[in-house]
Design a protein around this ligand. Sequence first.
Ligand code: CP
Ligand code: NVA
Length: 300
Amino acid sequence: MNHLLKLSDLTREEILSILNLADQLKYERSHGIVNESLKGKKLGMIFQKSSTRTRVSFETGIFELGGYGMFLSSHDLQIGRGEPVEDTARVLSRYLDGIMIRTFAQKEVEDLAKYGTIPVINGLTDYAHPCQVLADLMTVREYKGSFKDLKFTYVGDGNNMANSLMVGTIKQEMSFTIACPKGYEPDAELMKWAKKNGNFTITEDVDEAIKDADVLYTDVWASMGMEQEKVQREHDFKGYQINEKNIKYAKSDVMVMHCLPAHRGEEITAGVFEAHANEIFDEAENRLHAQKAVMVKLMK
Ligand code: CP
Ligand code: NVA
């Protein structure tokens, strides 16, 4: 494993190995055990979109591992003025030990890895959000003990989260069900892969998708960069919500997850969100541990 560009590049075992190291790092941190596996290492963090969790967890994570994180806004970098990613990659490779990037096109992340000589971590593109899903898998395992026989249901947009969750859950042999409106399905190639390699269901029937679920997941109706579609999406996604009425169809010990930020009253009601705040904020915390594990695996 040289980069983390998307989960489909990783084997089931590689994912498990990251999760196991993440558990260890979480244990060490909570017991005051210092782990400076990345002492003196430098991580550049390029952001072309907003972020709270990704930025703060990466910056905290590299600091705790004994390294240094450099926040690089695309407004300030020459990349924002058109310097090609091929050149940026080769320059940053001369200074740094790793790059995390959040941007729009997946190709930009892949190109950064192709032209640079240091590990690249995808901190979210329009296509994928692998760091989030590693934290999500870690959280599911914490709450459920294992992935065995779990029904994982996603309600909402077939976006970057849906793409990465579909791959991550199926690689860990959970079943993956998505309820989304017509025209908002996940990536077609990934769905083909999911159908071939696991137990995958896609439906427009939210209640049916939620039935007997062990894990319920949702995300915003309009992702970053889709602000101009907001009104249309509010119309198209009506009903694609986790709420007090439909959560009754899930198993009684269902856990509810959200990558955050959440829009209460849209994809999830305030009541369901607050009733499951423990899971949701453990999930947010686990970004830190999972990404520390990724950095150690790639940069040590
Ligand atoms: N979930 C997530 O990636 O959050 P941020 O956009 O705040 O980084
Ligand atoms: N789908 C959301 C995820 C945010 C973490 C977005 O891309 O904006």
